[in-house]
Design a protein around this ligand. Structure first.
Ligand SMILES: [Zn+2]
Ligand SMILES: [Zn+2]
Length: 169
């Protein structure tokens, strides 16, 4: 399971990425993280990506590979996750994906247990109404959730022995 290139499709690019990056860097600074070139690049790559990225995706990116080795990138991701700048989704460490966590931005995911590919649910969040009901019933405010569906992608459920291709839309 390796995904060598960043996958982009129309309409998923964040507008004002430069401004978002600056906000993330400010949040990182407030959390006590040193503003290194590698930190800057990890955040920039995650902001530019429209899908969560693996450690391998990130550390193989030429822009980041020039600045930091894989274990440094991993340690950065752990710190960013601790401070809620980054969230991790996936089955376990080996198939973990990281995505940037922006206030007000929320995505749910589908993950294939066969090949590990991940897809963002394009429909609006299926549990938003449930969240509002829970909030009203429990008195909890600022509810958030992580929602990940696991299953087999069309390729894996067809039983093909061909290696699963990268996500191609
Ligand atoms: Zn699959
Ligand atoms: Zn959701």
């Amino acid at each position: 399971m390796s995904r060598h290139h960043h996958h982009h499709h129309e309409g998923c690019q964040r507008r004002d990425a430069a401004q978002l990056l600056e906000q993330c860097l400010q949040r990182a600074k407030a959390a006590g993280l040193r503003r290194t070139a590698a930190l800057h690049e990890v955040l920039a790559l995650l902001l530019e990506a429209c899908q969560p990225l693996t450690l391998a995706d990130l550390s193989a990116d030429p822009r980041l590979a020039a600045l930091a080795d894989r274990s440094t990138v991993y340690r950065l991701l752990v710190k960013l996750e601790q401070h809620a700048l980054v969230r991790r989704v996936g089955l376990h460490d080996r198939a973990a994906y990281y995505h940037i966590h922006l206030p007000g931005e929320h995505h749910d995911y589908l993950i294939c247990e066969g090949c590990g590919r991940i897809e963002r649910l394009e429909q609006s969040c299926p549990v938003e109404a449930l969240e509002q009901t829970l909030s009203a019933q429990s008195g909890f405010t600022n509810l958030k959730h992580d929602l990940t569906f696991y299953g087999l992608c069309p390729h894996c459920s067809s039983g093909s022995s061909q290696p699963c291709c990268d996500l191609v839309h």
